[in-house]
Design a protein around this ligand. Sequence first.
Ligand SMILES: *Cc1c(COP(=O)(O)O)cnc(C)c1O
Length: 221
Amino acid sequence: MNEIVKNYHSVKDDIHSELKQCPGENKSLQLMVVSKFHGIERIRPLLLEGHRIFGESRLDEAREKWIDLAREFTDIKLHYIGTLQSRKIKEIVKIFDVIQSLDKEEAAARIAREMQSQKRKIDCFIQINIGREPQKSGVLPENFECLFYQCINKYNLNVSGIMCIPPAGEDPSTYFMEMKNIKDKYRLAELSIGMSSDYLSAIKHGSTMVRVGAKILGERN
Ligand SMILES: *Cc1c(COP(=O)(O)O)cnc(C)c1O
């Protein structure tokens, strides 16, 4: 078996055994494979294996890789997880199914406008800068509520979840707990937490979607 396919099944097995130990929560846990920086030849084996949910963080790269693949595999779900630049939102709305990195009102306004003009409806997650790191994207936790209500009331967006990248090199547990509290308080369906290094901890804390890159596709250059 291909190395990548082997990694994929081992991550899925880990997820299943972790899920068995946390009954009640995580009724629908999804695995997103983060394919940024990896070429089609590494992605294709996963598509042939039946995997359909992928995450990309750069528009130009995603466009190049996924336009042809999406013709071949018509039920792919592509999630945008990179920084949202206003001038790219038009194209992002065109090719992605979910935007997980919404963190500003201006971006919300533009997404709403594009959805209307393209007659397209996509889901949004709000990204939260849970570790309050100055260099990181995401709305600060205390500003989440304001942005959330602007998105749903003023721009009529379908905000179905929240996403975060916790600070590197720290135990993510307390950050994951804060995220879970926000998800519960606003009755959101999706909690997008957990990456290669911490997806099992994220599942313990109620993740509904883990985003795994390196552990499946290998290190990025
Ligand atoms: C790159 C990235 C991931 C995947 O990280 P790995 O450590 O490779 O699993 C997950 N989420 C976001 C937002 C990313 O940018």
